[in-house]
Design a protein around this ligand. Structure first.
Ligand code: NAD
Length: 348
């Protein structure tokens, strides 16, 4: 029997990627939809073959407590809403898969972690790249020394935002997004630097380039360039933007080679290259539906067959690091210490 998921929020990601991915999933199935738009919810439920009593509104949501078809609540709402909805889902006795970024403050992350504990339910943050075969292969190559000792990481994630698209409007809103491009896609580079190097930044500094005459950036910064210093000494140079040309790039320069993921985070078409003594190689890696794999992982974790490898603590670490980036921006690039002794649990 597959594990039943209730999807909260029927926006771009839910409709474009997540609902279709249930068709590829082996252990997870769509059991209910939760939406503020009754007409859309009915249309989507009918299309997915769900009965009418599997449609919940934001008001009737808490009644999922009495619905045994639902084991997991998958939260796909604007960032600032993740914390309250996660707490509500735990109060209804369900497990939670929550989209990245986990929340818009470390305090909210802590609230989510505490609620999971109180309910004795599982919390997984939807870092799909931690379940994606190219990124997983990159982790393995790093651990096995394929490029020798790493010296430097470069990571850049940006795209032009479109203020006429409702899905970008909240991303440019400070309150709802928690901070523009960094929270939305810069987070991929921060997370990846950590899982590729398997160590945590001890110091952060950041600058921004935010054009004064671009109304998209009245509330949130545009380009942010940041640096992390790792305990080993390795440096990470990152950037993010909601105005530069679509970019999703990750490179690790090691003493014996260079590992490149470009594009590194796309839904489809991720590519990996290894440069070294033998020249350039492109390992053959079978692509999968990342969302199906991630939901199946959550389903297996609920069954007790797998550990959660991207738990609340992992989501909170990125939020705390992004808060440090914003703090450095406010101090015009002054270094901010981040050596609070977090350690990642394990690789997928
Ligand atoms: P979206 O704007 O397309 O969808 C959000 C949905 O939330 C909409 O249906 C909207 O109606 C609803 N909503 C409810 N309350 C709202 C409010 N107060 N203000 C605005 N909308 C409200 O956004 P999206 O692109 O689907 O992103 C949703 C979440 O998924 C975000 O947290 C985002 O970071 C995450 N996301 C993750 C990935 C990934 O690859 N893992 C990709 C895209 C988005």
């Amino acid at each position: 029997e597959k594990i039943g998921f209730a999807v909260v929020g029927l926006g771009k990601l839910a409709l474009g990627q997540v609902l279709p991915a249930f068709g590829e999933a082996h252990a997870a199935k769509l059991a209910a939809v939760v939406s503020g738009n009754a007409e859309k919810a009915e249309r989507v439920a009918a299309g997915a073959g769900l009965p009418r009593d599997a449609i919940y509104s934001y008001d009737s949501f808490d009644r999922i407590a009495d619905d045994p078809r639902i084991q997991v609540v998958y939260i796909i709402l604007p960032n600032a809403l993740h914390a309250d909805w996660t707490v509500r889902a735990f109060e209804a006795g369900k497990h939670v898969l929550c989209e990245k970024p986990m929340a818009t403050s470390a305090a909210d992350c802590q609230r989510m972690i505490d609620a999971a504990k109180a309910a004795d339910r599982k919390l997984m943050i939807a870092y799909r790249c931690q379940y994606e075969p190219h990124n997983l292969e990159a982790m393995r190559r790093m651990r096995s020394g394929a490029i020798g000792a790493p010296r430097m990481v470069a990571t850049d994630n940006g795209r032009p935002s479109d203020p006429s698209d409702p899905s970008d409007q909240w991303r440019l809103d400070r309150e709802l997004s928690g901070g523009g491009a960094l929270m939305d896609i810069g987070i991929y580079g921060i997370n990846a630097a950590r899982y590729l190097l398997n160590e945590e930044p001890v110091e952060v500094r950041a600058w921004t380039y935010t054009p004064k005459d671009d109304p998209r950036f009245d509330e949130t910064p545009d380009v942010i360039g940041w640096q992390f210093r790792m305990p080993s000494g390795v440096l990470v140079n990152g950037s993010t933007s909601f105005s530069y040309h679509g970019t999703s790039r990750l490179e690790v320069m090691g003493e014996k080679g260079r590992l490149v993921l470009d594009p590194a985070t796309n839904y489809r078409g991720i590519e990996m290259q290894l440069h070294g003594a033998e020249g350039e190689r492109q390992p053959r890696i079978q692509a999968v539906d990342q969302f199906a794999r991630e939901m199946d992982w959550m389903a297996q974790a609920v069954r007790g067959n797998r550990p959660i490898v991207s738990p609340g603590g992992e989501g909170m670490q990125d939020i705390r690091l992004m808060e440090a980036v914003f703090e450095s921006l406010r101090k015009d690039g002054a270094p901010v210490r981040t050596d609070w002794n977090y350690a990642r649990a394990l690789d997928p």
